[in-house]
Design a protein around this ligand. Structure first.
Ligand SMILES: [Zn+2]
Length: 289
């Protein structure tokens, strides 16, 4: 908890508003170590009954035991609940005004931690659109999403983040979307057999070292992919500009995000985009003023 408290306050806007937060940790030991991973037949008796494969998405980590969550949380005053899950498998979840979870030991733990808190605390939408999710057509066509960081509307004078638009920016904002999709698609193809390999090693009870080796191979390749994407974003002429970038909210077309990159869009160490940051600040002020 100390580690993630530090990470939290190193990130804007939490850094600036540090004095507005109190963080309490509540620890209750579980009967067993870990969490449920139904796709691999793993079931653990844990205090909050967290589980992967929530809503049939392997990396979606939630609990349906709301009573246990509230009973435990009731040991401290709180506005937001974060559940640290003792696992190194990639995953997490964040539901606005309910709670967030994250895999505390995964190599992407810092990113997941900040991403899911954005959902849970500020009601931010997922800005990504190329990953498989539990929801198809989550946002109805022709209806403006309620979340502050995605939009279906492109009118400069009424777009919900109009006060943050970079002066003179083109809407929709060109960002070499096709190039991004080729890079991302190549990685999706490359990673599929690696994921399959890890799953089958776990399913066949392979020695822990072989599972770890396969996982490491995966993470090294994934880190390389993240670096390539980071480079793509930073070299893009639209880097750092607030506009409306097509591709958001699990949809390749018709939904737009405010900046080319954001913690709500892609993995890695990076800031929230301007619009997400401002939405978080509004929520901090809502609770504290
Ligand atoms: Zn954002």
């Amino acid at each position: 908890m100390k580690k993630f408290t530090k990470i939290f306050f190193e990130q804007e806007p939490y850094k600036t508003y540090k004095s507005k937060f109190n963080i309490y940790g509540i620890y209750k030991p579980s009967q067993e170590n870990g969490t449920d991973n139904p796709n691999n037949g793993v079931y653990k008796n844990t205090v909050l009954s967290t589980t992967f494969n929530s809503l049939s998405s392997d990396r979606y980590l939630l609990t349906e035991d709301n009573k246990a969550v509230r009973d435990l949380a009731a040991h401290a005053p709180y506005d937001a609940i974060y559940i640290m899950v003792n696992t190194d498998k990639y995953g997490g979840g964040g539901i606005y005004n309910l709670y967030a979870t994250f895999a505390a030991d995964n190599v992407w733990n810092e990113y997941i931690f900040l991403h899911e808190f954005g959902h849970c605390f500020a009601g931010l939408a997922d800005e990504y659109y190329t990953s498989d999710v539990s929801y198809n057509d989550f946002y109805s066509k022709g209806i403006e999403p309620t979340e502050p960081n995605i939009t279906a509307l492109l009118d400069k004078n009424s777009i919900k983040w109009k006060e943050y638009l970079t002066p003179g920016i083109e809407l929709p904002t060109p960002w070499k979307k096709n190039e991004y999709e080729i890079i991302d698609n190549d990685w999706m193809k490359e990673r599929a057999p690696l994921i399959k390999k890890i799953s089958s090693l776990i399913a066949t009870n392979a020695p822990k070292e072989s599972v770890k080796a396969a996982e490491n191979e995966y993470y090294v390749k994934e880190q390389k992919h993240v670096d390539i994407l980071d480079n793509f974003f930073k070299k893009n002429p639209s880097w750092g500009k607030v506009g409306a970038y097509e591709g958001a909210g699990y949809s390749s077309q018709g939904l737009y995000r405010p900046m080319i990159d954001c913690i709500m869009f892609s993995k890695g160490k990076k800031p929230y985009c301007k619009v997400c940051e401002e939405a978080i600040i509004r929520m901090i002020k809502f609770y504290t003023e």
